[in-house]
Design a binder for this molecule. Structure first.
Ligand code: SF4
Length: 282
């Protein structure tokens, strides 16, 4: 999407450009389709389960039980996993491999739930609030879309907590590493900028909830917001051209790896033209 001649960027388009300008060109200038992967599908399923989890109806006292909440989360996961069965089998993975990803995701959600439960218990026990009140306090705003016409950037924020006078903006990650990489930091800086622009106040913290293990947050300060502004200026300046030659190839480990290859590998190294590529994907 382009507004006033500039493309609307996103944390992922910027990170794609940084990895390989040619990949950015194929994906965002030519708008060639991308493939899917187990990580994308699994991420979507887990995000959807977490999003719906907070819709729990706790009006009946029988539901005031952590086992009820845990069972709800796992059953939402199963529901969305089954709904994606066709896409999952189209990946061509061995059934045992798919089972392994499914089981790993169940464990990941268990780990997330244990941390959530500990927070709820703390509120119930230390602050004397009821079970449904503690749940409502910890319920974030979810999957909110932010679009800035000034900075020409869009983001979908997984969870916004406004709790005890503090605003914490979180992104859920299913990846293993429990630390904030430069790519993640840029994503969070952009979220902070988008939040501040819309609400007129700066979030206190932005962070990544590594679902398997830990939540890592960064304090939002002027430096973080300036980083987002700087990176956005850079990307708009670097991507104003529509000519392929302005987007050099950056061959590296992301071209081909043990179990797969870049969506555009055949365009770069297999002599396939953009037109042929489009035809194949129709
Ligand atoms: S195959 Fe390699 S060089 Fe080509 S677009 Fe993908 S990452 Fe870039």
């Amino acid at each position: 999407m382009a507004l006033h001649g500039r493309r609307v960027e996103s944390p992922s388009s910027i990170n794609t450009y940084k990895q390989c300008p040619r990949k950015y060109y194929y994906q965002y200038v030519e708008k060639l389709p991308t493939g899917t992967s187990i990580h994308l599908i699994r991420g979507g399923v887990v995000h959807k389960a977490l999003e719906d989890f907070f819709e729990a109806d706790l009006s009946d006292p029988v539901t005031h039980d952590y086992r009820f909440l845990h069972a709800r989360l796992q059953s939402l996961f199963r529901k969305y996993w089954l709904r994606n069965e066709e896409r999952l089998s189209s990946l061509g993975l061995a059934p045992e491999e798919l089972d392994q990803y499914r089981d790993e995701s169940v464990v990941m959600l268990q780990a997330w739930f244990s941390r959530f439960k500990a927070r709820m218990q703390k509120r119930v026990e230390k602050r004397g609030v009821s079970f449904p009140e503690a749940f409502a306090h910890l319920k974030p705003r979810r999957e909110e879309e932010y679009l800035s016409e000034e900075f020409m950037v869009r983001g979908f924020i997984d969870a916004i907590h406004e709790l005890d006078g503090k605003v914490v903006v979180l992104d859920y990650k299913t990846s293993k590493n429990g630390y904030i990489t430069p790519e993640y930091k840029l994503q969070l800086a952009i979220y902070a900028l988008l939040y501040e622009e819309r609400h007129g106040v700066r979030p206190d913290f932005v962070g990544i909830d590594f679902l398997k293990s830990v939540e890592q947050v960064l304090k939002v300060d002027e430096e973080l917001l300036n980083q987002a502004k700087f990176e956005l200026e850079q990307i708009h300046a670097s991507t104003s051209s529509e000519g392929i030659d302005d987007y050099p190839l950056r061959p590296g480990p992301l071209c081909k790896w043990r179990t797969g290859q870049c969506d555009y590998y055949d365009l770069c190294f297999g002599g396939v033209s953009v037109e042929e590529f489009r035809k194949r994907k129709r």
